[in-house]
Design a protein around this ligand. Structure first.
Ligand code: TYD
Ligand code: MG
Length: 471
């Protein structure tokens, strides 16, 4: 006899309980847990109704070595998108595309659909949010009205699958968005976790059985979660998010899971009046408007996947009127900042305990690489001492708790990108083997004391604030 499956499910985060609770322990939501009957739960349904068999069917077991084949892909022709998917949409795979409302998900997918359709592929764009006329308006604005994309405004998953199953198998089917879809196999209302999961499951089955690639658009809630995500994320082949903020025109496409490609690549776009434009050289974009000659700014030579990316890290260190000085960080990890500050205090001889510290990655980019430690430290020391950093230098290196600066990977690629953009010096740890040829002059830094001493040594005689005022 099969064990009775727990079936109280939080409708906002998907956590499962075996009894009702007022508050979800996983997401903290009140009154979000609802009971699901076996028939309304697609996870439970098939298992519960499966007839018990006395004997299992014997299937052949395969050796580990044997025929392999590269997953067949359809490239969208939008380079920045293909970079993130790993070279195009894999046949029969399902991608979840998440992002804040208004960030440009529908725009991106309309551009990708049009490019694929124009190349002769069958592409279906199913909008559950907008009427056909609205989607047409967007296509017109993007100058893509001529592309033979098949369009529908539908929300019933069974109808959608029946429609897409007639005729040639689509190369790509877009479901915009998964939260608006509903399936008849489930009783709950559209948008609930149960419906999202049931609809996603039906669409995934459609992709796997027909070989059509499917993209599910997912809305992101205020705290950055794709609603009903934990239930969908593990079911799909790839999870990609579209990021950016209202203050900036550029958007970043980032993969967080990909069964058929890399997850560390990013795609950079710029939102314009006529849709999303690919940004071929993101470093130029992130360094544009750089304020040279002011204290507290360091250029970090970073890597995003296989691509080097230069970005400015800005710091402001100022005496604090507060008993508990503020530490605020945008675009970087708060814990990482705390660690760099602690190392600067313990090994660099800096006194930061009575100062407010603000750190900002310019342009709204989010950095996760430990190699940014040295650039952040340089910006902090520069701001505290009032000494601007040389404008022809880039910084990279990971900081250890002992104050030692450790070499990081891809030094050559970082230096090459920096040289391309006119930088002449790299302030970085000495390379491990010492043989690497670099287009930049290396200012080797083995310890945080070298960095602090180097910046202090270049301090001009008059106070920099006065010097700037005169110039
Ligand atoms: P949209 O793709 O509808 O966002 P999402 O599907 O993620 O909710 O994009 C909407 C925003 O993009 C809207 O604020 C207008 C802007 N936009 C442009 O700036 N240029 C354009 O060419 C288009 C189509 C939209
Ligand atoms: Mg949309």
């Amino acid at each position: 006899m099969a064990k009775r499956t727990p079936n109280f499910i939080c409708q906002s985060c998907g956590a499962v309980y075996n009894r009702w609770k007022g508050k979800c322990e996983a997401c903290g939501g009140w009154n979000t847990i609802a009971e699901e009957t076996a028939s309304s739960n697609p996870m439970v349904g098939p298992v519960a109704t499966r007839p018990t068999r006395a004997k299992g069917r014997v299937f052949p077991l395969e050796p580990l070595s044997g025929d392999t084949h590269e997953a067949p892909r359809t490239a969208s022709g939008i380079g920045e998108l293909d970079r993130v998917t790993g070279g195009g949409f894999v046949r029969g795979s399902v991608i979840l595309l998440g992002g804040d409302p208004g960030i440009g998900k529908s725009t991106l997918l309309m551009q990708a659909s049009a490019a694929l359709a124009s190349a002769g592929h069958r592409v279906a764009y199913i909008s559950g949010e907008e009427a056909v006329a609205q989607v047409r308006l967007r296509a017109e604005r993007l100058g893509l009205s001529g592309a033979p994309v098949e369009l529908a405004s539908e929300t019933n998953v069974e109808d959608i699958i029946a429609t897409l199953s007639t005729g040639k198998v689509p190369s790509l089917a877009i479901i915009d968005s998964i939260q608006t879809m509903w399936t008849e196999t489930v009783e709950s209302a559209p948008g609930t976790v149960t419906q999202v999961r049931g609809s996603a499951q039906a669409l995934i089955r459609f992709a796997k059985t027909t070989g059509s690639a499917v993209i599910l658009v997912g809305h992101v809630t205020k705290d950055g979660q794709i609603a009903g995500p934990r239930v969908v994320e593990h079911m799909v082949d790839a999870v990609i998010s579209f990021e950016g903020d209202a203050a900036h025109h550029f958007r970043i496409l980032r993969g967080s899971k990909n069964r058929f490609g890399p997850t560390d690549e990013i795609g950079v776009f710029e939102m314009s009046d006529s849709g999303l434009r690919e940004v071929q050289n993101p470093s130029e974009l992130f360094l544009s408007g750089r304020d040279q000659g002011t204290a507290g700014a360091a250029v970090f030579a970073g890597m995003e996947g296989t691509r080097p990316l230069l970005v400015e890290i800005q710091a402001l260190v100022a005496p604090s009127p507060l008993g508990m000085p503020r530490r605020a960080v945008v675009g970087w990890d708060q814990n990482r900042l705390s660690m760099v500050l602690a190392v600067l205090e313990a090994h660099g001889g800096l006194r930061l305990g009575t100062h407010d510290v603000y750190l900002n990655v310019a342009g709204g980019l989010r950095i996760t690489e430990p190699a940014a430690d040295l650039a952040a430290a340089a910006a902090l020391v520069s701001s505290l001492s009032g000494v601007p950093l040389p404008s022809d230098a880039v910084y990279y290196g990971e900081l250890g708790l002992s104050g030692a600066i450790r070499p990081v990977a891809h030094a050559a690629a970082r230096a090459k990108e920096a040289a391309k953009l006119g930088f002449e010096r790299a302030v970085a740890p000495p390379p491990r083997d010492g043989t690497e040829r670099s287009p930049l002059r290396l200012n080797p830094m083995a310890h945080i004391t070298d960095l602090v001493a180097g910046i202090a040594a270049s301090k001009p005689r008059q106070r920099p604030a006065l010097a700037r005022g005169e110039g």
